[in-house]
Design a binder for this molecule. Structure first.
Ligand SMILES: *Cc1c(COP(=O)(O)O)cnc(C)c1O
Length: 401
């Protein structure tokens, strides 16, 4: 057996089969390239679902992590540490908000947003105890905890995990009328992705996000934007909401915030809203730890210059122009997205998204399918134009075979 086959057989024997990875075993990576255990190089057009916006082994991020590893890595929130205040201050600044509540994974940050909205609903809005409702969108992806999958519309994510957490109302994504009709006095929040990543990089109709902003403001409801995948440069702006000139009440951040080095997530909002928490009412042992803060501080410093956002916008225009040409040819049915982020619906006759991903892997390009015949393209923002063009060439080869 090859080194690849041995590693995969062993993983299959000893790990739960809750994923179906492409049959490549990565041993090292740098920038937009990964090298497998047999020395083959692959172009990474997935970037860890946007966790690797700054590329693999980014020098600034690795140096920041190494320096912090030598000083102090974990204190728990029982004590202050000297990177914490800076992290919260700088992240709040980047978001033009006031307060930060740090967690680790995206799902934990979404859980934090849900808890914040409920507490705000009872303490500030005056919703009767136990009656708070949060409105979410169909085809959402907000993570994998029991509460979060309770309001998923994906049977794979949800089946067999009941009983489900109540208090959520699902409306069609992009439909303002349905949203207006779903709102009651007990609605405390609307939780949506400004662009739905897992659903296939679905961009809502123009005017939707401003409409959500207007409705939520009118009805004294919190607008929570899950920018875990769309935020921090991916779409050509710091936040996807900016494309529509919208400022939500709360950002939920994760993925790229940890620079592909450590899991770092956060809820960022106003003092009125995050001020609902008192000591002991919510927390996380690892949330806001010194190592996480040191890496995230470097991420924030990199985003502050705007160069990554600009790069995503420029390369994204190029990507969408090239994909647009493919869309005329019959092999591609639709292309969606914004910035360096695209969902590509392949003509089903050419194969499933999985099959296309496997053929691209043979061509040394790594992407991942979402649903059906859709593949998602989200390269690290540091990819060179030449490498991106090389990847697009490989895609053309696969689609014309
Ligand atoms: C990935 C993702 C999450 C969950 O993040 P985890 O770190 O995997 O828990 C939540 N929301 C969105 C939009 C995501 O893309």
């Amino acid at each position: 057996m090859s080194a690849t086959e041995t590693a995969i057989a062993s993983a299959e024997a000893h790990s739960a089969h809750n994923y179906h990875p492409l049959p490549v075993v990565v041993a090292s990576a740098e920038g937009a390239w990964m090298t497998d255990v047999e020395g083959r190089r692959y172009l990474d057009l997935l970037a860890g679902y946007s966790a690797l916006n700054f590329g693999h082994g980014n020098r600034r991020l690795i140096d920041a992590a190494k320096a912090q590893l030598e000083r102090v890595t974990l204190t728990s929130r029982a004590f202050h540490h000297d990177r914490f205040a800076d992290f919260c201050t700088r992240l709040a600044e980047l978001c033009s908000m006031e307060m930060v509540l740090p967690m680790n994974t995206g799902a934990e940050a979404v859980e934090t947003a849900v808890k914040t909205a409920r507490k705000w609903g009872y303490r500030v809005k005056g919703v009767p105890d136990g009656m708070a409702k949060i409105i979410v969108a169909s085809d959402n992806f907000h993570g994998r905890t029991t509460t979060i999958i309770s309001f998923s519309t994906d049977p794979e994510a949800r089946a067999d995990y009941g009983p489900y957490t109540p208090g959520f109302e699902i409306v069609p994504y992009g439909d303002l009328t349905a949203l207006r009709e779903a709102m009651t006095e007990n609605t405390v929040a609307v939780l949506i992705e400004p662009i739905q990543g897992e659903a296939g990089v679905l961009v809502p109709p123009a005017g939707y996000l401003p409409g959500v902003r207007e409705l939520t403001r009118e009805r004294n409801v919190l607008f929570i934007a899950d920018e875990i995948q769309s935020g921090l440069g991916r779409t050509g702006k710091t936040f996807a909401c900016e494309h529509e000139g919208v400022v939500p009440d709360m950002y939920v951040l994760g993925k790229a915030l940890g620079g592909g080095v450590v899991p770092v997530s956060a809820v960022v909002s106003s003092a009125d809203i995050l001020g609902v928490f008192k000591p002991g009412e919510h927390g996380s042992t690892f949330g806001g730890n010194p190592l996480a803060c040191a890496v995230a501080l470097e991420v924030i410093a990199m985003l502050r210059t705007g160069e990554y956002q600009e790069r995503a916008a420029e390369l994204g225009d190029h990507l969408h122009r090239e994909l647009g040409l493919l869309a005329g040819g019959g092999a591609v049915e639709a292309v969606r997205g914004r910035g360096l982020w695209a969902g590509v619906d392949i003509a089903p006759a050419l194969g499933t998204g999985r099959e296309i991903s496997e053929r691209l892997m043979e061509e040394r390009v790594l992407v991942k399918d979402t649903h059906g015949s859709t593949i998602r393209i989200a390269p690290p923002l540091v990819i060179s134009k030449e490498d991106l063009d090389w990847g697009l060439d490989r895609l053309r080869t696969v689609l014309s075979a």
